[in-house]
Design a protein around this ligand. Structure first.
Ligand SMILES: [Zn+2]
Length: 161
């Protein structure tokens, strides 16, 4: 009866948090991802959600780019044989092609950002500002899963234009 106090203390001291960490969903332990002071740590579900959203985005943009390339190929072919088209028609086609190319460039940039975000998720640097190294904030990452800058640095960047 007198030994009751010491019984619990003998439980293995080092094996506390390690055992439950493996959920099998994410590569990175969610609690390692950065949050702002006052925010709750990432849960495995939230990480899986962010990852699924980013992966869905990658698939969507790939499809978009394929469609865009098909459209561009058609537009290039159409404008290739200039004979037979009047000037206004050619002008319209050029605008369409430029518009299509701008869309594709945009999609490609978004794709890069999305893949970059996935890499950061795997590397465990997801949610850290790439300029100042401080946490971007979980709420912001959930609103903008591709964000690489904290609000302050994003605003500075936009001001520089
Ligand atoms: Zn920053």
């Amino acid at each position: 009866m007198a030994a009751k106090k010491t019984v619990d203390v003998t439980a293995a001291p080092g094996a506390s948090a390690v055992s439950t960490a493996r959920g099998g969903v994410a590569d990175t332990a969610p609690e390692q991802l950065a949050v702002r002071p006052g925010e709750d740590p990432w849960t495995p579900e939230e990480v899986a959600e962010a990852k699924a959203e980013l992966e869905g985005e990658v698939a969507r943009i790939h499809a978009e780019l394929t469609a865009s390339e098909t459209a561009l190929t058609g537009l290039m072919r159409d404008s290739g044989d200039g004979a037979g088209h009047d000037e206004a028609d050619t002008g319209t086609k050029n605008i369409t092609r430029e518009h299509e190319m701008a869309l594709a460039a945009n999609a490609r940039a978004t794709l890069e950002q999305t893949e970059h975000a996935l890499q950061r998720l795997d590397a465990g640097t997801y949610g850290l500002c790439e300029v100042c190294g401080k946490p971007i904030g979980k709420a912001r990452m959930q609103a903008f899963p591709r964000a690489t800058l904290c609000v302050e640095d994003k605003q500075k960047q936009e001001r520089r234009g």
